[in-house]
Ligand binder design. Sequence first.
Ligand SMILES: *[C@@H]1O[C@H](CO)[C@@H](O)[C@H](O)[C@H]1NC(C)=O
Ligand SMILES: *[C@@H]1O[C@H](CO)[C@@H](O)[C@H](O)[C@H]1NC(C)=O
Ligand SMILES: *[C@@H]1O[C@H](CO)[C@@H](O)[C@H](O)[C@H]1NC(C)=O
Ligand SMILES: *[C@@H]1O[C@H](CO)[C@@H](O)[C@H](O)[C@H]1NC(C)=O
Ligand SMILES: *[C@@H]1O[C@H](CO)[C@@H](O)[C@H](O)[C@H]1NC(C)=O
Length: 438
Amino acid sequence: MRSLLYSSLLALCGALWARAFAQAAATQKRSVPPGFVTTNGRNFELDGKPFAFVGANAYWLPLLNTERDVDYTMQQIQASGAKVVRTWAFNAINETELPSATETGLTYYQVWNSSDWVVNDGPQGLQRLDYVVSSAEKHGLKLIVTFGNNWAAYGGIELYINWIYGAENATHDIFFTDPAIIASYQRYIKTIVERYKESSAVFAWELVNEARCTGDILSAGPNCVPGSNTLKTWYSQQSDFVRSLDANHMITAGGEGQFFSAHPAEYWFDGSLVSDYNFNGQAGEDFAGDLELPNLDFAGYHMYPQTWYPELDFPGSNFSVEEWGLGWISDHASAAAKANKPLIIEEFGVTGLQNKTDIYPSWVQHALDTGHARVMPWQFGVLGLTEDGGNRAIKYSDQIFRGASPNDGKTHSTLTRHKYGISSQRLRVFKANALDSH
Ligand SMILES: *[C@@H]1O[C@H](CO)[C@@H](O)[C@H](O)[C@H]1NC(C)=O
Ligand SMILES: *[C@@H]1O[C@H](CO)[C@@H](O)[C@H](O)[C@H]1NC(C)=O
Ligand SMILES: *[C@@H]1O[C@H](CO)[C@@H](O)[C@H](O)[C@H]1NC(C)=O
Ligand SMILES: *[C@@H]1O[C@H](CO)[C@@H](O)[C@H](O)[C@H]1NC(C)=O
Ligand SMILES: *[C@@H]1O[C@H](CO)[C@@H](O)[C@H](O)[C@H]1NC(C)=O
C-alpha cells in the first residue's frame, strides 16, 4: 500500500510541475555524463529533461547492517515514488568506543586513534556506504550525500574540535576557521568524493547538515556573529575544494536556511520584543548571500516551526505553524529566484498525524506554486527490517543508542505513516533539543 502522504504529495506535484518548468531560465549549464543530475536555471535536469521529485530523508540507511534491509528500504522508497534520498556519509567514534561499536555492529567511518582520524573502509565502515550507493543505483534512486553534522549526533563536527583543537574554552565555530580542522575535514571528504565520484547515483554532495555558529554542546564564539560571514567563507572554501575533486556532481550547503536581514523580524514574547533567530543572522547563515557562491549549485532549507517557536505555539496563541511555514517557503522562493538556482525544501516536519494531514498539503502546494518542484519530508521510515527488528545501534553524541529506522514523531513510511517506539521517543527528544538550542 502506498502511503497517503507520498501519494498525495505526488498528486499535487504532478499537477504543478509543468508550470514550474515553463519558467526555466536559460543559463549556462555544466555538461555532465549521462545519468548525472545537473542544474539549468531554477530547475534540475537529468539527461536533458527536467527532473522534479519528492524525496526521502533516511540518514540511517548506512547504519543498517544487512544488505537485505538496505535493499528492502530502497525498494520501499522507490515504491513510494520518491526519487532522491538524503543520507549521512559521516559516523565518527572515539577509540574508547571501539569495543562497543564492534560488539553492536555499529557503522563507523572514522575512529580517533589517539593522534588522528583513521578511516575505516572495512565491512563495518565504508563498505556499508558502498552498499547503499550500489543499492541506490540498482533502484534508480539518487543520493544527497552529507559529509558532516553540526550536531553531536553520529560523531558531529565537535568531535573534530575536541580532538584536533582541543582547547578548554573552544567554541563551536572553530570548526569553520581552524586550519588543522579544515585540513582534516577535507582529507575525509576527499576520501568520500573520490570513492563515489563516478556514480550517477550521487545527486549532490552536501557540505554539512545544518551548519550554525553554535552547536548543541559548544556555544558560538565572538567571531561568528551577524555579518562575519564565517559560514559563507567556509562554504566558499569547501565548495571550491569539492569542485576541484569532482567537476560533475552538484554541491549544496546543507543549511537550515536562516537569513541575515538588516531589519530582522521581531515578535512579542512575554512582554518583550524578541529578535527572530531565523532572520537576524545569529545562526551564522545568510541564505541569500550564500547562494551567490558559484560552486553551490542549488539551495536547500529546513522547516520546523513547531519546534523552532515553542514559545509562540500554545493553545490560544495566534501563532500558526502552517502560516509561518507558508511565509518561510515564500522567503526562500524569492531568494532562490533572485539567484536563479533550484531550491529544495530539504527537511520539513510536524509531529502528529492530524497535524501532518492538515498542514503538509498546504505547504507542498505553496512550495509548488512558488517554483520549488521538489520537496523532501523528514523523514522516511520502514517497518519490516529484519536485523534486531530494525532496532539498530546508532551513535548519538558520545553514547550509543538503539533505533535505526527511528521514529522521531515526524516519520512516515509506505506501509504506515507512524510508528512509535521507545528508542525513537528518545531520539525525538534529542532532535528537539538540538533544534531548540537557541
Ligand atoms: C593513528 O593514525 C595515523 C594515521 O593513520 C598514524 O600515522 C598513527 O601512527 C596512528 N597512531 C596510533 C597511536 O595508532
Ligand atoms: C568521545 O569524545 C568526546 C569528545 O572528545 C568526549 O566528549 C567523549 O567523552 C568521548 N567518549 C568516549 C566514550 O570516549
Ligand atoms: C577558560 O575560561 C576560563 C573562564 O573564563 C578561564 O579562567 C581559563 O583561563 C580559560 N582557559 C583557557 C585555556 O583559555
Ligand atoms: C499576534 O497578536 C499580537 C497582538 O495583537 C500581534 O502583535 C502579533 O503580530 C500577532 N502575531 C501573529 C503571528 O499574527
Ligand atoms: C499538533 O500541533 C500542535 C500545535 O503545534 C501541537 O500542540 C500538538 O502537540 C501536535 N500534535 C501532536 C500529536 O504532536
